[in-house]
Design a protein around this ligand. Sequence first.
Ligand code: ARG
Length: 459
Amino acid sequence: MAQLWGGRFTKKTDQMVYDFNASIGFDRRLYRQDIEGSMAHVKMLAKQKILTEEERDRILQGLSGILADVEDGSLPITKEYEDIHSFVEANLIDRIGDAGKKLHTGRSRNDQVALDMKLYVREEVQKTEELLTDLLKVILHIMEENLDTIMPGFTHLQKAQPITLAHHMGAYYEMFRRDRSRLADIYERMNVCPLGSGALAGTTYPLDRDYTAELLGFSGATLNSMDSVSDRDYVIEYLSALSTIMMHLSRFSEEIIIWNSNEYQFVEIDDAYSTGSSIMPQKKNPDIAELVRGKTGRVYGALMSMLTTMKGIPLAYNKDMQEDKEMAFDAMDTVNACLPLFTGMLGTMKFQISVMERSAKRGFTNATDAADYLVNHGVPFRDAHGIVGRLVLTCIEKECALDDLTLDEYQAISPVFEEDIYEAISMKTCVEKRLTKGAPGKGAMLEAIAIYKKELGCE
Ligand code: ARG
């Protein structure tokens, strides 16, 4: 047991208590952030003449050595330390002696861990943002290739109106675009440095907190030391953003699973992203999409866990807050693994364009347009709705599409129909005429795509 305290104790810690209390098993992944934070702290202490330049240089050298040795595997982070902070400090003292004992001047583990976690989450937010950008680029590519690919749009999972594949993909583009902007907001709000807040009440040393903040790339230092050591809002915000990303990925996965089914056959998932069955030789399963859908639950779980952990904590730091790590790390790992897998699956997926188009035709998705045709010829919409309803019934009896009825059959139900009805209800016309902002018509789609490309910096 190497621990940072003990002077006022007369008994050894019970082993079970020690193990229960220790966090090294999971906060070891903060080693780099802990060392970077310590380096900035020491530079600031020397600038403020709290440490000499010599002491600073020895500490910096010791810390760089520890970092290098942890990274090349020669210095394992083992369970004999209580947490990552003890590990770094104990190793520093081992290496450089008394100067190492001055590292913790004007600092508490409370502001130290608040900083480490923030540095870690800040990097993860950036990583997620990059992974989302990769996904957005793949979706955008599919959109550009499929501006004319007709497919049925659904409501209630029933065929509704014709749209294009580009338009359907565009809906997911919007979801992930919002996710990306949410991350940018979180980054901006969280990017203030808690170091120098001490245990809770600041410190009597003349620290220059703005300088430390600047060294660590923060936009400034936090304004209340009690809040600084007990704020985990940014973890909650990030977990909430991750949950929303997973919710979007899960919806998309669900749709891909449906589209990939034998009944739909709208898409075929690439062999490299499918799995087989141990018993049924014909099977090719969409396991990746199913796993992404399934893993959504554990990310939601991390968010609920964090919200619940924080809800009863009085100011300022309490040990409950050590529980901010395990599930949050798991959620970050989960999303940062799901995103590239999903992007790979989507980018290699084959869209069965002719199946989609046939499906749009066979599902009476142009029925609204047939009614609109009548309206344009002076028939009130409610009457038009009834007339087309009867046409659909005829088609169901004859097992054909609206496009397949003869003009006589049309005119038998309403004399208003003329030869140009076929043109008016062709899938192509149905989509092309929908040009309101945000609609599937090519012109409207191109406007949206131009905005997306500008945002991604790929014009
Ligand atoms: N392992 C602790 C955590 O993750 C570090 C802070 C400990 N501070 C304390 N006063 N016990 O929250």
